[in-house]
Design a binder for this molecule. Structure first.
Ligand SMILES: [Fe+2]
Length: 170
């Protein structure tokens, strides 16, 4: 028996990544107020390099494992996937506005609107995953599926380290 630990390993790993995403969003909010374009570009890089891996762990590993259960597939997972699409759309808008501003155009209003959109979308989205989806996964996945999910997530890796393990001690 693997027990509950193996499920919490990966849900806690994903939640730890969420905390870093929330910190990055706070930084993005400050950077926008300060009109710090290089820092805003830094947030886009953070999403390209790190959050893309986080989304992969959710979309390619966790969600398909949960999608075996039709009420979860049609409810929470459909909603999370739609929010991931909206997240990517808003990030593209931010990228376009940054490009336009760097080329001398006035895209500040558009940039402010897209940043406000991504901040509110992701803060709410992360709360839903942490408070609804992950507890649901902990209650629903059988040990064998949970162990598979955990193994595959560790292959992809977590962006605060090679494994969530050290964070779980104590
Ligand atoms: Fe997430």
């Amino acid at each position: 028996m693997l027990g509950q630990d193996s499920i919490q390993d990966f849900t806690q790993g994903l939640s730890q990544e969420h905390m870093l995403v929330l910190e990055e969003l706070d930084m993005l909010e400050r950077a926008l107020k300060a009109k710090d374009l290089p820092r805003i570009a830094g947030t886009l890089r953070f999403f390209d390099e790190k959050v893309a891996l986080h989304r992969r762990k959710e979309e390619e590993i966790l969600f398909p494992a949960l999608a075996k259960f039709p009420p979860i597939a049609h409810g929470p997972i459909a909603c999370m996937l739609e929010e991931h699409r909206e997240e990517k759309r808003l990030l593209e808008e931010i990228r376009h506005s940054l490009d336009a501003i760097e080329k001398g155009g006035d895209a500040w209003a558009r940039l402010r609107a897209s940043v406000a959109g991504v901040l509110s979308l992701l803060r709410a989205h992360i709360m839903k995953e942490d408070k609804v989806l992950f507890p649901l996964a902990e209650r629903t996945l059988v040990e064998e599926d949970a162990a598979k999910v955990r193994r595959r997530m560790e292959e992809v890796g977590y962006f605060f380290g090679p494994s969530a393990q050290p964070r779980l001690q104590g």
